[in-house]
Write a protein that binds this ligand. Structure first.
Ligand code: PMT
Length: 402
């Protein structure tokens, strides 16, 4: 996460300037405080209004604040901007701005800010392949690298000119990822594959009706987002939910029944280092799902239920040495005793216990009250708190154990 981090995004005149909107959005999503400084030329490619709306801050373009037109003597302070930032990323940086950075030519606000900045400066070049290959551009990049400026290499592919080659600005998600990794180098989850189950399962009675439960799927989505924010590669296998995953780094597979969830877990568990099974899986399903809607003819209707596969138990029995397995337990009585039994029976490294007896805990709420149980009866109980906070605390615990 980039919470509390101040990031200044510089935008220069390049077709890739549209990507800076996605970069700003991604940095905001990661919790950063974002401000934007643009060169006059970049306004031909993207409007300050777009970037101020996304960054939730006014965008700096001119030396004179536009609202005062210099009448009140109000100047845009490049010094203040340069000192404010924890990191200055110029994305895209054009060949023109690269050259100005080398010579110190200060003919716009972005350049004045660059020369005043005390923080690390990163650049993400974007230009046509021949401009990028040109010895002058390469020499400029070498000189800037020598000044400890970090260059995020462009990628190869189709360019705005229609030519194919190296010069495309790196994707905004990748840049944000690199910034996140730079500010949070310690996350052990970075690059790890994590499987998460979430939501309820629905077990069909007939084409209209099902047996289900009250899980909203919030916990699964929160976990998936939090893991992705730590740089993990996440697969969320979720039962029916209204929750939406906003993080592009999370792959979602939507399932309905326990059998479908089981099959998807079987296909993916062995590739993962960590599994967090938060789904509320129905323990039983109707032995047969009627092909047509059951008619209301008799006073009584008896459904024969059969056991569903225990997905978490299967994952525990098939766990490899280097895999870390987390299960959840939702109890209504003898919570600690029942939770501990599940930890042992399902061969878990950690169990997250929550109880329906606690107000504000369990299904549907944004909050929960949980106890972590680990082998050898080690427990840690947390007060009622936001699910986001508690699930991040869970990830800290997993990182500690890995
Ligand atoms: O989705 P929310 O509204 O945010 O609610 C979150 C939650 C209450 C669903 C979550 O915090 C939670 O407690 N999830 C587990 C609910 C549950 O089914 O508990 P259980 O004690 O019945 O199951 C124990 C564990 O075995 C769970 O990890 C469960 O995913 C797993 N299990 C259970 C049965 C089964 N057939 N297969 C399983 O894998």
């Amino acid at each position: 996460m980039l919470t509390g981090k101040k990031i200044l995004v510089g935008v220069t005149g390049s077709i890739a300037a549209y990507k800076s909107a996605f970069l700003v959005r991604e940095l905001i999503r990661l919790g950063a405080d974002v401000r934007v400084v643009m060169t006059p030329a970049s306004r031909e490619f993207i409007t300050p209004l777009t970037l101020s709306t996304l960054s939730k801050n006014p965008v700096a373009v001119d030396f004179v604040k536009p609202e005062t037109n210099g009448q009140a003597g109000e100047w845009e302070s490049h010094v203040e901007l340069g000192l404010w930032a924890d990191l200055f990323i110029i994305a895209p940086v054009s060949a023109n701005t690269l050259s100005k950075m080398v010579t110190g030519q200060c003919d716009n606000l972005l350049m004045a800010t660059y020369l005043s900045a005390k923080c690390p400066v990163w650049i993400a070049p974007a230009m046509d392949l021949d401009m990028y290959k040109h010895p002058s551009t390469q020499e400029n990049l070498t000189k800037l690298t020598a000044q400890t400026i970090r260059v995020i290499d462009p990628t190869s592919g189709e360019l705005a000119s229609g030519l194919d080659g190296k010069g495309r600005m790196q994707e905004p998600e990748e840049i944000a990822d690199q910034i996140d990794a730079w500010f949070n180098p310690a996350s052990k989850l970075r690059g790890k594959k994590i499987l998460i189950t979430g939501g309820p399962t629905y077990e069909a009675i007939d084409p209209v009706r099902f047996i289900g439960n009250h899980s909203s799927g919030k916990t699964g989505v929160i976990l998936a987002d939090a893991c992705a924010n730590r740089g993990a590669e996440v697969l969320l296998i979720t039962g029916p939910t209204q929750q939406r995953v906003k993080n592009p780094r999370v792959k979602v597979i939507a399932v309905t029944s326990a059998d479908e969830m089981m099959k998807t877990v079987e296909q993916n568990w062995f590739d993962c280092t960590v599994g967090i099974y938060s789904a509320a899986v129905a323990d039983y399903k109707p032995e047969f799902a009627a092909g047509e809607k059951i008619k209301k003819t008799d006073d009584r209707l008896t459904l024969n239920l059969v056991k569903n596969p225990d997905i978490l138990k299967w994952a525990g029995l098939n766990k490899k040495k280097d895999q870390y397995l987390v299960g959840f337990a939702l109890e209504t009585e003898n919570e600690l005793e029942n939770g501990t039994k599940k930890l042992v029976a399902k061969k878990l490294d950690l169990l997250v216990l929550n109880s329906l007896k606690d107000a504000g805990a369990g299904f549907g709420h944004d909050t929960n009250k949980v106890t972590f149980i680990k082998p050898n009866n080690k427990t840690a109980t947390f007060e009622l708190n936001e699910k986001t906070v508690l699930m991040n605390r869970l990830l800290d615990e997993i990182e500690h154990d890995l």
